[in-house]
Design a protein around this ligand. Structure first.
Ligand code: ZN
Ligand code: FE
Length: 262
């Protein structure tokens, strides 16, 4: 069983774009379907496909920001790929072909991704979860040791969104869209200095960056233990950022505000 499963496992490639964005290729080997998640630019996406002999068939967008959809129209013109993105933001996704939501999910070859509606960073942000492959593509909602800024949503929306992602299994690999981990780590340590798991994680992250390695994907189990934005209901963070009558979402808002000023 396990050998059979690995034979048809999704192949996932991480490649950098712009100054600190990551794009991800998802290749489904049985049908050859290949998606790029959040292509900031066309050229590095096509180069990553060419290096593996894969033909781009889909774009999966998480949200409308330019550093996530910048390559959409160029890639569609050059490859004829199908663009998949959030139904709630259908007017802000260039070239959108298939609008998806939590009810529809999203298809790639013989795989079906569950779609989570995760507003907060933007009002229509979604994440894609491939359960069999334990892979989560969450754009700018959840970062390694951080979360996205609240440009269009409220702390309550972001907290609900983060709770949806926190409910996934510990072994889930978190493919987030930016290499922000080291600066997130500095804030996380300031917010929760006594967290031993976090101290160990920061040492691991700093060692990886010193060698020029990507810190993405992260592991959800580690994020649950270390990421202050997934831990707004933890006693240590409530003691630091909470107060009388504050809900967990308010504490999340206070942590986010402190990070904005950090
Ligand atoms: Zn964004
Ligand atoms: Fe971004």
């Amino acid at each position: 069983m396990s050998a059979q499963k690995s034979e048809k496992a999704l192949e996932i490639v991480v490649f950098p774009m712009l100054s600190d964005n990551y794009g991800f290729l998802i290749h489904e080997p049985l049908t050859g379907a290949t998606a790029v998640v959040d292509p900031a630019e066309a050229a590095p996406t096509l180069a990553a496909c060419d290096a593996r002999g894969w033909r781009l068939t889909h774009i999966f967008n998480t949200h409308h920001h330019g550093d996530h959809v910048g390559g959409n129209l160029d890639l569609k013109a050059k490859t004829g790929c199908t663009i998949v993105g959030p139904a709630y933001d259908r007017d802000r996704i260039p070239g959108l072909d298939i609008a998806v939501d939590e009810a529809s999910g999203a298809d790639l070859g013989n795989r079906h991704a569950k779609v989570f509606f995760v507003p907060g960073h933007t009002r229509g942000h979604i994440a894609y979860w491939f359960a069999e492959d334990a892979a989560l593509f969450c754009g700018d909602t959840l970062f390694a040791l951080g979360c996205g800024r609240l440009f269009e949503g409220t702390p309550a929306q972001m907290w609900q969104s983060l709770l949806k992602l926190r409910a996934l299994p510990d072994e889930t690999r978190v493919y987030c869209a930016h290499e922000y981990t080291q600066s997130n780590a500095r804030f996380a340590l300031a917010a929760e200095p006594e967290n031993v798991a976090l101290q160990q994680e920061v040492a691991r992250v700093n060692a990886a960056r010193a060698k020029g390695e990507f810190t993405i994907p992260s592991l959800l189990g580690r994020e649950k233990a270390c990421n202050p934005f997934l831990r707004a209901d933890a006693p240590s963070l409530q003691a630091h950022f909470g107060g009388a009558g504050m809900k967990d979402a308010d504490v999340l808002g206070a942590i986010r505000a402190a990070k904005d000023r950090f």
